[in-house]
Design a protein around this ligand. Structure first.
Ligand SMILES: [Zn+2]
Length: 55
């Protein structure tokens, strides 16, 4: 398990051990959906083109 910072709100995000590239994680603080671009180094990118559908 490792942690990184949310690119939007800079709060800590926990990345599970089994996370893979292109997995999606959610920021618990701001709710942003983030895609794991690479694991080494750990790089997250916010999903920009979100269709505004209700969940
Ligand atoms: Zn955030």
């Amino acid at each position: 398990m490792q942690t990184t910072q949310c690119p939007i709100c800079s709060s800590d995000i926990i990345i599970e051990e089994e996370a893979a590239e292109k997995d999606l994680v959610s920021c618990l603080n701001c709710g942003a959906e983030l895609e794991i671009i690479t694991l080494h180094p750990l790089l997250l990118e916010p999903l920009q083109d979100s269709t505004e559908e209700d969940k």
